[in-house]
Design a protein around this ligand. Structure first.
Ligand code: PEP
Ligand code: MN
Length: 330
């Protein structure tokens, strides 16, 4: 939240006193006027008191249209984000083989779940904290960034320690206490769309994170439930331009979970990128048929290499790098 003051008047001093009493973390930016930026979650009650003392309601900081380069440190403007890797972290060897393959293609974001939200409680639930650490070690060996899911607030500290981008899965898009906690974390959040969530509900979920002070949110369309049983989910392709237009956040497409079948994945990669997505997330496994989760929809290295070169030839993953511009508040 940000609050504006014309000068260091009595309202301003009373306001700063209140922030100290409430032990809120904040910074003061002096421009033409004085901007006080509060980090962390401000609940409704405290928000009302702050509004009253400042005499003008606080504003949620919304950058007009954050680019991926605003959200991901060091990212080149105009470059599509490719996040690839297995559904689950299974072993060091599996992660090393995958990381080597992907980094040779120039891909720098490695995915893999250590905490897995499985529909069936008897299915593989992930390696947990040991898997996280292993993934982070492998990523660092190959100079890659870690994208991994947090399922619950109690895992957040651990996931934050190892992840470069924290993924919120489809089943947790409505987990408002988790979203609120992510508002106080200094890492980009990849927010998947709930499989039965409207575009507006998805955007509102992103606001829980942003209101807490974490504006680095990337939306991920991953397919919704419809009456069609032939595919695992139905990729809502128009959610890509619509979500971007409605809230300005970068939007990527998970091409694996809607397909459910690896033969359908290349079509979704082309469709997602052609629809203007800022990137894609795709499941790739060294031995898809032996994968402990989502093997049917995971691409082999050969399949991935072939579609990757195809979209490169089609000009869908342009890499026109331009230097990162400093971003001003508002
Ligand atoms: C995943 O990315 O492996 C995953 C579980 O995805 P979703 O939350 O979209 O089902
Ligand atoms: Mn999966």
């Amino acid at each position: 939240m940000i609050y504006n003051f014309e000068s260091e008047n009595s309202d301003y001093r009373e306001f700063i006193d209140l922030l100290s009493v409430e032990a809120l973390d904040y910074e003061v930016i002096r421009k033409d006027n004085i901007v006080v930026r509060i980090f962390g979650q401000v609940d409704a009650n405290l928000g009302q008191r702050l509004d009253k003392v400042s005499k003008s309601p606080g504003k949620l900081i919304l950058k007009k249209k954050p680019e991926l380069s605003d959200v991901l440190p060091g990212w080149n403007r105009g470059k599509k984000l490719i996040i690839a890797g297995p559904c689950s972290v299974e072993s060091r060897q599996q992660m090393r083989e995958t990381a080597r393959f992907l980094s040779e293609l120039g891909i720098s974001y490695l995915r893999g779940g250590a905490f897995k939200p499985r529909t069936n409680s008897s299915s593989f639930q992930g390696l947990g904290p040991g898997g996280l650490k292993m993934m982070a070690e492998v990523a660092s060996e190959f100079n890659m960034q870690v994208v991994t899911e947090v399922m619950d607030r109690i895992q957040l500290e651990e996931v934050d320690r190892y992840a470069d981008v924290i993924q919120v899965g489809s089943r947790n898009m409505f987990n408002y206490s988790l979203l609120t906690a992510l508002g106080a974390v200094a890492k980009p959040v990849l927010l998947k769309r709930g499989m039965a969530a409207t575009i507006d509900e998805w955007i509102q979920a992103s606001e829980y994170i942003r209101k807490g002070g974490n504006e680095s949110v990337i939306l991920c369309e991953r397919g919704i439930r419809t009456f069609e049983p032939r595919t695992r989910f139905t990729l809502d392709i128009l959610a890509v331009p619509l979500a971007r237009k409605l809230c300005g956040l970068p939007v990527i497409v998970d091409v694996s979970h809607p397909a459910g079948d690896r033969d359908l994945v290349p079509t979704l990669i082309k469709a997602g990128l052609a629809a203007g997505a800022d990137g894609i997330m795709v499941e790739v496994h060294p031995h898809p048929d032996q994968a402990l989760s989502d093997g049917k929809q995971s691409l082999s290295f050969e399949q991935f290499r072939s579609i990757y070169h195809e979209v490169e030839r089609m000009g869908l993953i342009e890499t026109s790098a331009s230097p990162k511009q400093p971003v001003d508040i508002e």
